[in-house]
Design a protein around this ligand. Structure first.
Ligand SMILES: [Zn+2]
Length: 305
């Protein structure tokens, strides 16, 4: 390395050549000085409390703002859900009101004692209109509304089920007690009780009523029930038996053909066989029996209904 020095005194430039070790020392010294300066300046800036804390505060502020927004969003979300829930409660309330109307109508239709049923009780909470008016709904309100509704629904459920069983029992008893004629065409040719046997002239006990009618015309069930027998039976010919519950069984004998099989459910008035003359019979007729708890009774009172 060469260093050129200008000297006024000498009036000319003098060139001094520095050795390599010296040049390296000077260079390192310069670099160290610059680094120290930068470091000092940095420490001074840090001590001056101007830049770094401001950035931190700004960061905190940003986070706080984010969290504030999250709280606002969560609150809005909750409110939306509450509003939706309130809407559902309103709908449920409307259903209860409709159920009450149905219950009142059924009670009237069935001519039941109104004292037993209380579909007129005014609901403890307002209807859907009242809910729609209030823009904001608080959570505890919803909770108590749901409790009240739940109680009401349980109460109505109980009342309606009692009502249903009362009505269905009444319809059932109307359906399962034998009533009406077992034939579509024909006339009574023999009554229940003692009579002279048409085959041997002896006095015998006739356990049913005979209906003389055109062969092939319909034999119908006198009440709803389940078919328990449908085939040939000694003396009776092709026979159908129907169990109606409550101890009632009806028997239809001497048919040309049976139209049902055991296990079939039949309705009152349903065709179950065709009039014929099978078995111990002198001509086309239906032998009709009503059994109560296994004993043949006079079907006349039922036929007259
Ligand atoms: Zn008979």
């Amino acid at each position: 390395m060469n260093v050129i020095v200008f000297s006024k005194r000498l009036g000319r430039a003098r060139q001094i050549e520095l050795g390599r070790p010296l040049a390296a020392t000077v260079t390192i010294g310069l670099i160290v000085t610059i680094l120290a300066g930068v470091l000092f300046a940095g420490v001074q800036l840090g001590r001056s409390n101007v830049f770094a804390p401001t950035a931190q505060v700004a960061d905190w502020g940003r986070r706080l703002e984010e969290q504030r927004q999250q709280v606002v969003d969560a609150r809005q979300e909750l409110q939306n859900r509450l509003d939706a829930l309130a809407g559902r409660v309103g709908q449920m309330n409307a259903h209860v009101i409709r159920l009450d109307a149905l219950g009142r109508r059924l009670t009237e239709m069935a001519h039941l004692d109104k004292g037993e049923f209380d579909f007129d009780r005014v609901p403890a909470v307002g209807g859907p209109e009242a809910l729609a008016e209030s823009a904001l709904v608080a959570a505890p309100d919803i909770s108590s509304m749901l409790d009240t509704l739940s109680r009401q629904i349980k109460d109505r459920e109980r009342q309606l089920s009692v009502l249903e069983s009362l009505i269905s029992t009444r319809n059932l008893s109307r359906q399962i007690v034998p009533g009406g004629r077992p034939v579509m065409q024909g006339w009574i040719s023999s009554y229940f009780g003692q009579r002279t046997d048409p085959f041997n002239g002896r006095t015998v006990y006739h356990k049913g009523i005979d209906f003389a009618g055109p062969a092939g015309s319909q034999v119908v069930a006198v009440a709803a029930g389940v078919v328990t027998y449908s085939k040939d039976r000694f003396g009776y010919g092709k026979t159908v038996e129907i169990n109606h519950g409550n101890g009632y069984v009806t028997r239809y004998a001497h048919n040309q053909r049976t139209l049902v099989t055991p296990g079939d459910t039949v309705q009152k008035g349903q065709a179950i066989a065709l009039i014929g003359s099978t078995g111990r019979s002198t001509g086309p007729h239906l032998h009709f029996e009503v059994l109560k708890n296994g004993r043949a009774i006079d079907p006349m009172s039922f036929v007259r209904q």
